[in-house]
Ligand binder design. Structure first.
Ligand SMILES: *Cc1c(COP(=O)(O)O)cnc(C)c1O
Length: 395
């Protein structure tokens, strides 16, 4: 009988929480109104959207007025960068980001560069941390935006956003952060952290795909952001188009659950991750990537000597994991993140990413680790065999 693989790819997406599906069902069936309509069906939908917006705002400690719904973090990132650049281009043509952003930041930056925007890509140390002094020194009077990934989707490194925010604001520059991976793992408080713009998405917190949000801080004077999509003036004219009511309701429910289960889940997931890594460390020479002291609790990115991860993936069909980000920006499928922390091509090809969630069980994690260890040993033995064999024939 076919047994489903153990899902350890929770950085690329997560399983829908059954409670989220239950919350969505009425809006996929009887409650089909357009939330902009001025009649009973419209009111039912617009009421559901207000409630969901409130729940999402509570999760990040914003006001609901500050939440703009988008199709996901990719769109939120596009909107933040392109929207800010378009609104503030008369004040400057410089933005700052990092070398370890998600493709939806890097690719936007590449496009902005073609349009004459100057982009500084901050480097990171071996653990994936940016240098705060380098950030501070990179800000000029032409800088209009700093965009830094909060928690990295490959190696899990969590940046010091509070300190980054202090630096940006002491220089009067707006801060955007892609918080997609930290939401639901860490308590993110946009007030306390003093973040101006923040992207996140529903499907990384056990909500439905195709719905996300951009938080835009309410300030005086207002933060100006040009729309990518014009139309009926939805979402304060920042993002037009009929709202995806079932998805928004699901996102709201997922946010509510993420908030109420935050501590329990992060402890549970961290325990799974640590058990998994303890087991894998039985393999000689294994290396954990990222910052051990500041890392997403659900992340394990490891380099395994003398094997190619694509061979490991072929061998261990019972575990669903990945080599790196589902959406990579580098040619030849080489991770730009692992490259930025100084791994060479060989090491990158020997690196795997595992992502855990509340849906995993301790039993399946132990089994997955055992299957991986066995396969790694076999692959390492056959590769040393080939190497010694070649050596002999060379002599
Ligand atoms: C998944 C992810 C995205 C993209 O989110 P979508 O909702 O799939 O567009 C952006 N940034 C990071 C860090 C991610 O992990």
């Amino acid at each position: 009988m076919f047994k489903e693989p153990t899902y350890l790819d929770n950085h690329s997406t997560t399983k829908l929480d059954p409670k989220v599906l239950d919350a969505m069902m009425p809006f996929l069936t009887n409650n089909y109104g357009n939330s902009a309509s001025q009649h009973y069906f419209g009111y039912v939908s617009s009421e559901a959207i207000s409630i969901a917006r409130k729940k999402i705002a509570v999760l990040i400690n914003s006001s609901d007025e500050e939440i703009i719904f988008t199709s996901g973090a990719t769109e939120s990132n596009n909107l933040a960068l392109k929207g800010i650049v378009d609104s503030y281009k008369s004040q400057g043509n410089h933005i700052i980001t990092t070398k370890i952003e998600h493709s939806s930041i890097i690719d936007v930056c590449k496009k902005l560069e073609q349009k004459g925007i100057i982009v500084t890509y901050l480097s990171v140390d071996k653990t994936g941390m940016i240098d705060l002094l380098e950030l501070q020194n990179s800000i000029t009077d032409k800088t209009i935006l700093v965009s830094i990934i909060f928690g990295n989707n490959e190696i899990g490194t969590i940046q010091q956003i509070q300190k980054i925010s202090d630096i940006c604001h002491s220089k009067g520059v707006l801060l955007h952060t892609d918080a997609t991976q930290v939401i639901g793992q860490l308590n993110v408080d946009v007030r306390e952290l003093n973040i101006d713009l923040m992207s996140f998405t529903s499907h990384k917190i056990h909500g439905p795909k195709g719905i996300g949000a951009l938080f835009i801080k309410q300030t005086t004077p207002k933060i100006l952001i040009s729309a990518l999509i014009d139309g009926g003036g939805h979402e304060k004219n920042i993002r037009s188009g009929t709202l995806n009511v079932p998805a928004i309701v699901g996102f709201g429910k997922a946010a509510e659950i993420a908030k109420s289960e935050l501590l329990t889940n992060s402890n549970f997931v961290k325990n799974l991750r640590d058990k998994f890594e303890t087991k894998l460390q039985l393999i000689d020479g294994i290396k954990i990537n990222g910052n051990i002291n500041s890392r997403l609790v659900n992340n394990s990115n490891i380099t395994i000597p003398n094997i190619k991860i694509k061979n490991l993936m072929r061998k261990v069909k019972s575990v669903a994991f990945s080599t790196h980000a589902a959406c990579s920006t580098m040619d030849g499928n080489i991770s730009h993140v692992l490259n930025a922390i100084g791994l060479n091509k060989n090491e990158i090809e020997s690196s795997a990413r595992f992502g855990f969630s509340k849906m995993n069980t301790e039993k399946e994690i132990i089994e997955a680790a055992d299957s991986l260890i066995n396969a790694i040993k076999e692959l390492q033995n056959s590769s040393t065999h080939i190497i010694s064999h070649t050596n002999i024939s060379n002599n």
